[in-house]
Design a protein around this ligand. Structure first.
Ligand SMILES: CC(C)(COP(=O)(O)OP(=O)(O)OC[C@H]1O[C@@H](n2cnc3c(N)ncnc32)[C@H](O)[C@@H]1OP(=O)(O)O)[C@@H](O)C(=O)NCCC(=O)NCCS
Length: 292
């Protein structure tokens, strides 16, 4: 059992049917899924028995977070795919999500598995910050409407587009990141010089450019608004504009060989907009890559 920086919270395996039921209850609470979209209990039991990682975060007797990852064979490579990471809304932003990811990594490395994949909505700054800035993932793949055009979850009301990320868990760059090496200043410097495929304008709307309109640098930015949840609630048309603008930009850049390597959550000295940094590996200007 592992004790966390949030002093009352401990990590431990979810082993019994009752514990897995608690996880599904928390899944319902976090995503507000209807029955048809919830993980079936029988599937949870079977995946656990077959070697999946089900790790819970407990505040006393109460399950307040969990991470579920199943063994995967993406592109023929043995890894884990992390399907679910959830933390109860009352305990967010205290490092519990981060600690659950570290525990997944520890377990995977102990089994000799060095790659973990997962997906997240690239318009969500909290997830982008956790994944890129704190954990050091990279992404070369954008999946449109990954779970279909809608589900019963209000978190999916603006579609289910996802960035597919890969965590190279044993790489030195990731180890440095987990030791607390800060890249923020370097990323900000680079973003200052990089042109953006999507820029957040003063009025909160996206300004779009094509790759052909940019000078052919090896680094580009894609900005997102600071608080997409608020926009989704207040202005669905604007939320959809952001979805379409960022979808087009990620698709265009990734097709041209760029890879998403970093995210910076405050680029103009205030909380949001945030910006992704995309780099083209092997570009002729590639003298000082931020990430190898
Ligand atoms: C994603 C989730 C699991 C993160 O859990 P968590 O315990 O809050 O995560 P952490 O506290 O470890 O990290 C969150 C980070 O994002 C930061 N953050 C919060 N809101 C942010 C925002 N709008 N923009 C940028 N960063 C933000 C926090 O400050 C924290 O970073 P810091 O430690 O450097 O200050 C949780 O928010 C959640 O359950 N979300 C709903 C379900 C979901 O999206 N799951 C993931 C996809 S399956």
């Amino acid at each position: 059992m592992k004790k966390l920086s949030q002093p009352t919270v401990m990590l431990r395996d979810l082993e019994t049917v009752a514990q897995l039921e608690d996880a599904i209850r928390l899944e319902r609470e976090v995503w507000k899924f209807g029955d048809s979209d919830l993980t079936p209990l029988t599937l949870a039991v079977a995946t656990r028995a077959a070697g999946s990682l089900w790790i819970g975060a407990y505040d006393g007797p109460e399950l307040v977070g969990f991470a579920f990852a199943f063994p995967s064979l993406e592109r023929g490579r043995t890894g884990f795919h992390s399907h679910t990471l959830a933390v109860h809304s009352r305990l967010r932003d205290r490092g519990i999500g981060y600690e659950l990811k570290l525990e997944q990594r520890k377990r995977a490395l102990a089994l000799g598995i060095k790659e973990m994949t997962w997906t997240f909505d690239p318009l969500r700054g909290r997830n982008a910050h956790l994944n890129f800035s704190k954990l050091g993932v990279i992404s070369a793949s954008y999946r449109e409407q990954f779970y279909g055009s809608e589900t019963s979850s209000p978190l999916h009301r603006n579609g289910t587009d996802r960035l597919w990320v890969t965590w190279h868990m044993a790489e030195p760059a990731v180890e440095e990141r987990l030791k607390g090496k800060q890249t923020r200043a370097a990323v900000l410097d680079v973003l200052r010089d990089a042109e953006s495929l999507v820029r957040c304008q003063g009025d909160g709307t996206p300004l779009e450019q094509n790759l052909s309109q940019l000078h052919k640098g090896r680094r580009i930015g894609i900005e997102i608004p600071g608080d997409i949840e608020h926009i989704e609630q207040e202005d669905t048309a604007l939320a959809e504009r952001w979805r379409l603008a960022t979808r087009r930009a990620f698709n265009e850049a990734l097709a041209a060989g760029f890879v998403v390597t970093e995210f910076c959550r405050s680029i103009r000295g205030q909380p949001g907009p945030g910006a992704y940094l995309l780099e083209q590996p092997g570009h002729e200007d590639d003298k000082q890559p931020l990430r190898q």
